[in-house]
Structures are given as structure tokens and as C-alpha cells.
Design a binder for this molecule. Sequence first.
Ligand SMILES: [Zn+2]
Length: 81
Amino acid sequence: MLSLVKILFTVAVVYLVWVGFKYRRRISEISKHVMEEKARAARAAETAARKPGTPVAQDLVPCPRCGSYIAAGTRCACEKA
Ligand SMILES: [Zn+2]
């Protein structure tokens, strides 16, 4: 009787691991897809916003709080936290 419980437990563990693996792979696939879509949308928006002859480079200014360089007109990550 005890061995039957052991077998059932093993089967349950294997099943849970398998389900967890499938679930994780699904999530990573979905998030990868979302990231690609986001990157594509960002690139499209950037291309649409950029006028011909406009320099691509942005001015960087040091953050007054932490000193790391950020794009001018944007807030530093240290301020958001
Ligand atoms: Zn900062």
C-alpha cells in the first residue's frame, strides 16, 4: 500500500513538473512575442517621428541626484523610485 502511495506521489510530482515546464515555456514565448511587438511599434514610432536631417543623438545631462547621465528632459530612474 505504501509503495502505491509512493508511485502516485512520484507520478504527481512528474506531472506537476511537466505542467510547470509547459506553463513557463508558454509564458516566455508570449512575453517574447510581446517584446517583439513593442520593439517593432517603438521603431515605427521613432521612424515616423524623425524628420529627415534630424540628428539621432540626444543630449545627455548628469542627474543632479545620482550623477548618472540621462537624456535631457527626462527623469532619472533614481527619481522614479
Ligand atoms: Zn539620478
